[in-house]
Design a protein around this ligand. Structure first.
Ligand SMILES: N#Cc1ccc(CCNc2nc3cc4nc(N)[nH]c(=O)c4cc3[nH]2)cc1
Ligand SMILES: [Zn+2]
Length: 373
């Protein structure tokens, strides 16, 4: 079909509702057109780190309403290897997911997973957390790996500035990210319908966030991510950065907040102008027995559910709610049956997608939406 450019917030479909209450005037709903289909924003991306959304079939992920899922350069370069995935037809074919795929660029995962690592101007040298063998990730190699995987949206190679950081530490980290962004942009093989997002850093310092945005806007990325958040700063400080940073980014391009988050975090970030999210919470906490419901979070392992013959949510259309009871889910999770992980994950992904759908609808109708969660 006709390939379209990746970021076309169609003017007529873009609904920026100037709200009487200034809390909402930054919220926007739109559509990102890509080579692999449309992404309705605000969008939540389920995390499929190793080429699978854990405990879900791709067709099941699709039924929850997800338009796009996230994969990880770091994990896939170690196993099965980017060249092998390329030889086998790319990640879309390998994992049987034909819709958009966004891949994180690996720097964040190296810092959180690999043991020995060394950051140099060239890139990051590290030992695999699997077998200790030596690897290097650089703006060039990360961008090439994401090309070999066939990512719809490639992330620039950045350094996620830890929290807390002094102003000086945040400044030199942000400056490194700007130099790496330039190299990432140069290494990107641009094709119609594919895109590369820059990632701004600067920690909690507004002037550093501004400089980071200016450096990256010069590189004319198809979209921009706000990095260096959801790293332990807490919701209040995250929102303080989000009261300022999204407006530094081009209004007509997608804004992606990496690693976020709980429903309340997502709502607060949408109200501040964010379009895209990813978080392991619905999948990881689902496998650990936490179900997100309109009544709040249900810890299904709690003994009070062992004879509860009612569904998690009576009006939810997911298999867990349509066909099973909390008593059965309680039992499956307690005895660590694989079906327990499957059903809890499916429900949580459905819950997160329903939340995004309702947010999109409320924005389109110009309605307030801060009470949803
Ligand atoms: N369960 C659970 C759970 C575990 C971790 C998290 C926090 C994830 N936060 C987070 N992911 C990130 C990825 C990132 N990737 C890159 N390339 N750069 C970032 O600055 C960055 C920042 C992030 N912050 C949230 C929930
Ligand atoms: Zn359900």
């Amino acid at each position: 079909e006709k390939e379209v450019s990746i970021t076309k917030f169609p003017a007529d479909e873009r609904k920026i509702i100037a709200k009487a209450h200034d809390k909402y005037k930054k919220a926007r709903a739109g559509i990102i057109n890509t080579r692999h289909g449309q992404i309705h924003t605000p969008a939540f991306m389920p995390v499929g780190t190793k080429g699978t959304v854990k405990a879900m079939l791709p067709e099941s992920v699709q039924t929850t309403g997800a338009d796009i899922i996230l994969g990880n350069t770091y994990h896939l370069m170690l196993q099965p290897g980017a060249k092998r995935v390329f030889k086998l037809g790319g990640l879309h074919k390998f994992m049987n997911w034909s819709k958009p795929l966004l891949t994180d660029s690996g720097g964040f995962q190296v810092m959180s997973l690999s043991k020995l690592r060394k950051i140099t101007e060239e890139g990051v040298i590290f030992n695999s957390h699997i077998d200790g063998s030596k690897f290097m990730l650089s703006p060039e190699s990360s961008t090439e790996i994401q090309y070999l995987l066939g990512s719809t949206i490639t992330m620039a190679f950045d350094e996620c500035t830890p929290y807390p950081s002094t102003y000086e530490q945040a400044k030199s980290s942000m400056e490194l990210t700007s130099r790496w962004a330039k190299r990432s942009r140069k290494a990107f093989y641009s094709r119609d319908g594919y895109g590369q997002f820059g990632i701004i850093q600067g920690s909690i310092y507004n002037d550093l966030r501004l400089k980071s945005a200016l450096d990256l806007i010069e590189l004319d990325f198809e979209g921009y991510a706000i990095g260096g958040l959801a790293v332990g700063e807490g919701q209040e400080l995250m929102f303080k950065v989000l009261d300022y940073a999204p407006d530094l980014l081009p209004i007509n391009k997608p804004r992606y907040l990496m690693g976020v988050g709980k429903p309340a975090d997502i709502i607060g970030a949408v109200q501040r102008g964010i379009d895209m999210f990813d978080c392991v919470i619905p999948t990881r906490s689902g496998r650990n027995g936490q179900a997100f419901t309109k009544y709040g979070v249900v810890n299904i392992r709690n003994s009070k559910y062992k004879e509860d013959n009612t569904p998690l949510e009576e009006d939810c259309l997911c298999p867990a709610c349509k066909n099973y009871t909390k008593a059965y889910l309680h039992y499956l999770v307690k005895v660590k049956e694989i079906l327990g992980a499957m059903l809890m994950t499916w429900h949580n992904l459905m819950y997160f997608q329903k939340l995004m759908l309702r947010i999109r609808e409320y924005i389109a109708q110009g309605k307030d939406f801060d009470f949803i969660s």
